[in-house]
Design a protein around this ligand. Structure first.
Ligand code: HAM
Length: 423
C-alpha cells in the first residue's frame, strides 16, 4: 500500500460528526449579531504582507514569528491572514464606507498563525468576529460587550466564562505610563526572560502578560495602566463599567491584560475560561481608535472582537447540538419489489421536507431494523413483500415500538402530516 499523506501539523479536519456543534455555534452567533444590526462581510483569506505588518504591528509575535508569508508568481509578498481586523479596516477604507457610519460587520473563517500547536491552539483556526466603526463613546463598548455576553448566554456557555476588562489608555496618556513602566522594569531587568529583555525598549507593555513565572512576578508589582489614564480615558473606562454594572454584566478588571496586537486604544477585553487549560481566551478584542488613520483612511473610532470557534467547540464538549442530517424517518425495504416502493417513498418524503434515510445495502429485515435504530430516526417505515402485495406500509414509532398499517395511496403526505400533528 502507498504511504498515506497526513494533514499538516497544527491543522485538523472538522469531521462530519463535529459539524452539528460548529453549525450551532455559527448559527447562534450569526443570529445574535443580526439582532444587534451586524451584517456579514467576507474579505479575502490572503492580503499583502504589509497590511498585517502595519495594522497588527511589526514588533508583535504574530507579525515577527507567526505569519505564513509567501511570494506569488509575480514576486509580491502576500500573507495568509493571521486575524480578521486588518482586512476589515482595509475594506472599510477601500470602499469609502466612512460616509455611512456607524458601520457594523461580522465575519467568520479560517485564520493562520505559525504557533506551537496544543489543545485549543492550531495553525489554522477559525474565528467569528465583529467590528463597529464610528461611535467613539463608552456606550458603543458597552453595547458590544452586551452582545458578546448575549452570545455566551444563548450558546449555554455563560457559566463557564468570565469577562475580563482593562484600559490601555490613548496616545495622550500611554507615553507617560510607558515611561513609568520602563523605569520600574529597568530596576528588574535581570529577572526578566530573554524575550522580554530583548523587546523591553520597543514594547515594555508586553512584559505584563508574559507567561514566564519570573516575568509574572515582576509584572505583579508593576505600575498599572488603569491608574495612569488621562481624564478622557478614565471617564471612558468608568462610563463603560457603569453601563455594564447597570445591565448586571459580571466582569473582572485585569490590569495585566495588554493583548498581543498593537492597534488597541482604551478598552481591551477577553472572555476567558478555566475549562481549557493554557488556552484560556475564547473571545477577545478592544477599541482601536487610531487604526483607520494608520492604515491611510480618515480617522474613525472603532471597536471589535473575535472568538475562537475551536475553543468554543471544545467548551460545548459532548453537549448534543441539533443535527439537521439526523433522519426523521428510516425506510426499511426488504424483499421483492420493496426497493422500488421504498426509494420512491423516500424521495417523496424528502420533497415534503422530511429528512429520510433508506437502507441502500439490502440485508434481512432484522439487520435493517438494527440500522434503523442506530440512525437515531424517531420513525421507521417498514416495507416487506406482504406490504408490497397489499399496497401498504408499516409506520413504526421507534421509542414505543407502536406500529400501524397505512395504505400506500398518498402515503408520503399522510406520514408527513402524522409526524407534524402528532396524531
Ligand atoms: P486574538 O486575541 O489574537 O484577537 O484572537 C481572538 C481569539 O481567536 C482568541 O481569543 C482565541 O479564542 C482565538 N485564537 C487565536 N489564536 C488561536 C489559535 N492559534 N488557535 C485557536 N484559536 C485561536 C484577534 O485576532 C483580534 N483581531 C480580535 C479583534 C477584533 N480585536 C478587535 N477586533
Amino acid at each position: 500500500m502507498a504511504a498515506a499523506i497526513k494533514a499538516v501539523r497544527g491543522t485538523r479536519d472538522i469531521l462530519d460528526r463535529e459539524s452539528p456543534t460548529w453549525r450551532f455555534l455559527e448559527a447562534t452567533a450569526a443570529r445574535v449579531f443580526s439582532l444587534y444590526g451586524y451584517r456579514e462581510l467576507r474579505t479575502p483569506i490572503f492580503e499583502k504582507t504589509e497590511l498585517f505588518a502595519r495594522a497588527v504591528g511589526g514588533d508583535t509575535d504574530i507579525v515577527e514569528k507567526e505569519m505564513y508569508v509567501f511570494e506569488d508568481r509575480n514576486g509580491a509578498s502576500l500573507a495568509l491572514r493571521p486575524e480578521g481586523t486588518a482586512g476589515v479596516v482595509r475594506s472599510f477604507i477601500e470602499n469609502g464606507l466612512d460616509r455611512q457610519l456607524p458601520w457594523r460587520v461580522f465575519y467568520k473563517g479560517p485564520m493562520f498563525r505559525y504557533e506551537r500547536p496544543q489543545k485549543g491552539r492550531y495553525r489554522q483556526f477559525h474565528q467569528m468576529g465583529c467590528e463597529l466603526f464610528g461611535p467613539p463613546g463608552p456606550m458603543a463598548d458597552a453595547e458590544m460587550l452586551m452582545m458578546v455576553m448575549r452570545f455566551f448566554i444563548d450558546a449555554g456557555l455563560e457559566e463557564l466564562v468570565t469577562l475580563e476588562l482593562n484600559s490601555l489608555g490613548c496616545p495622550a496618556c500611554r507615553p507617560g505610563y510607558r515611561e513609568k513602566l520602563l523605569e520600574y522594569l529597568h530596576a528588574h531587568t535581570e529577572a526578566l526572560c530573554g524575550n522580554c529583555q530583548s523587546r523591553l525598549e520597543r514594547n515594555p507593555l508586553r512584559v505584563l502578560d508574559c507567561k514566564n513565572p519570573n516575568c509574572k512576578e515582576v509584572a505583579a508589582s508593576a505600575p498599572r495602566t488603569v491608574e495612569h489614564l488621562c481624564t478622557a480615558c478614565g471617564d471612558h473606562f468608568q462610563g463603560l463599567t457603569g453601563h455594564l454594572e447597570a445591565e448586571n454584566i459580571p466582569l473582572t478588571v485585569n490590569p495585566m491584560m495588554v493583548r498581543g496586537l498593537d492597534y488597541y486604544t482604551r478598552t481591551v477585553f477577553e472572555v476567558t475560561t478555566t475549562a481549557l487549560g493554557a488556552q484560556n481566551a475564547v473571545a477577545a478584542g478592544g477599541r482601536y481608535d487610531g487604526l483607520v488613520a494608520t492604515m491611510g483612511g480618515r480617522a474613525t473610532p472603532a471597536i471589535g472582537f473575535a472568538m475562537g470557534l475551536e475553543r468554543l467547540a471544545l467548551l460545548l464538549d459532548e453537549r448534543a447540538c441539533p443535527d439537521p442530517a439526523t433522519p426523521t424517518v428510516y425506510v426499511v425495504a426488504a424483499g421483492e419489489g420493496a426497493d422500488l416502493v421504498g426509494l420512491g417513498l423516500t424521495e417523496q418524503l424528502r420533497r415534503l421536507g422530511v429528512a429520510t434515510e433508506i437502507n441502500l445495502q439490502g440485508g434481512s429485515m432484522r439487520n435493517q431494523m438494527k440500522k434503523a435504530g442506530r440512525s437515531g430516526a424517531p420513525w421507521s417505515v417498514i416495507i416487506g413483500e406482504r406490504e408490497v402485495d397489499e399496497g401498504t406500509v408499516q409506520l413504526k414509532q421507534m421509542a414505543t415500538g407502536e406500529q400501524q398499517t397505512l395504505a400506500s395511496e398518498g402515503l408520503a403526505e399522510r406520514i408527513a402530516g402524522r409526524l407534524y400533528d402528532g396524531s
